[in-house]
Design a protein around this ligand. Sequence first.
Ligand SMILES: Cc1cc2nc3c(=O)[nH]c(=O)nc-3n(C[C@H](O)[C@H](O)[C@H](O)COP(=O)(O)OP(=O)(O)OC[C@H]3O[C@@H](n4cnc5c(N)ncnc54)[C@H](O)[C@@H]3O)c2cc1C
Length: 461
Amino acid sequence: MKKQKIYLLSPKELSPEVIAVTFAKTSRSPLSFNEIADELSDESSAEFHEKWVVGYGHASVAEHAVLHIAIENISRMAIECIESNRLASYTEKSTRYQKWDSDAFVTPPELIGDPRQEIYEETVKMLFQTYADSLLPTRAIIQKKNPRKENESDAAWDRRIRAKYVDACRFLLPAASLANVGMTANARVLESAIRKMLSHPLQEVRQIGEEIKKVAQAEVPTLVKYADASPYLRNFSQYAIGKTKNTSSTSSSCQLIDFDPAAENKILSAAFYRFGESSFANSLAYIQNLSKAKRAQLAEKLLGSMSRFDIPLREFEYSHYTFDLIMDQGAYFEFKRHRMMTQSPQNLTVNLGYATPSLLAEAGFESRYIAAMDAAAEAYHQIGDPHLAAYLVPNGFNRRVLASFNLREAYHFCQLRAAKNAHFSIRKIARQIYAEISKYHPLLAKYMRLPAEETWQQHLK
Ligand SMILES: Cc1cc2nc3c(=O)[nH]c(=O)nc-3n(C[C@H](O)[C@H](O)[C@H](O)COP(=O)(O)OP(=O)(O)OC[C@H]3O[C@@H](n4cnc5c(N)ncnc54)[C@H](O)[C@@H]3O)c2cc1C
């Protein structure tokens, strides 16, 4: 009998394209992976990719070539496009744990030398100055509430309490603010990400796309070679802009607009189906005929013994909820990271008003905050072009996003984002989503672990 073997194809020894071909060739070759890899060179791998991945469309082979791309000093606006790929991984500079210097912003290339450049840069600088000025008074309030511990250094004390005041000050930071992001992606998703970037309405994003393509090609010369702008994607950037106007209230909101009323029975039936032998129709009929108490017992079996490290079974995906949400841009920036959801964000504008953190009022800073936000809104209108004007919009302004997800993802999102250490803006959204789902599907929602007491209300005016 052949001996079981498990080993690594190390990226320290083999290039990503060679690794991808090595795996691809196991489909037709009786050799071991090591033997296949020994026969390959960068050139023969490139030929293989040209023929199979590019020529015959066997694109999944490219998933075995993984790249880690470091992207620095780009705008938070540009990050939205970069992070819009479900199958990639990201970590970015946090607005909760770091502070921003006054020159840490992007001027979009379209505005350089344009008469609007002055108003743009003045507005961003004013927002950064207001942000910097808000740090001391808000910190003083938080320091009073969280006194220094014995022998705690200034730096350690500030580290411990920083998020508590920066969480409020970050409402002033515009989308032009600089950020760094680390991206891990396989060559297949990277190709699609590059196409999206090269087709983007913002020049900054297109330039980043070119640069990413260049650095990726040094590592995977064939697999991203044909990633080009797509006229199909480009057309959508103009779709509906200016044709519809905001007509609803401008405070944050959470509307459940679509869901399957029978989802609980379908999930229970799917679990019953998976662990039994009957057809789905029979499983559903069986579950529908059970008493409420019996269904509750099944729910307990499915969810009752879950620890905080467990996730509900995949059968929880036989459900869907669609929400029309309004949240501040800071919350949206975190919300967008939930890749498993289907999300349709509208453009970032000033048309839905802004939220005001209570801490700024407590620190005597509310009038400065309002003046800054109102000035940003005025400058937004002066810039005109909605894509360019969006750079000026601070985190406190509201954003509308349509989001659809299943109960499995709802468990993950609500538990993670309603947790005490989450930012109060996203805690509010997680709580609202949880409340809506619980209204219609109490049997299965009741096992979500959310903190009993909630305090987001005290953080927002
Ligand atoms: C306390 C805290 C601090 C944070 N700080 C930062 C920060 O400083 N910087 C920053 O960039 N982000 C930060 N985040 C965001 C975090 O990194 C996640 O991007 C975000 O919480 C979304 O979570 P998720 O990836 O689990 O969710 P989703 O994308 O919704 O995924 C749902 C689940 O699917 C699975 N999954 C999805 N994709 C993959 C994958 N590629 N591989 C394996 N499993 C996958 C996982 O089980 C995941 O939990 C922070 C989050 C928290 C809670």
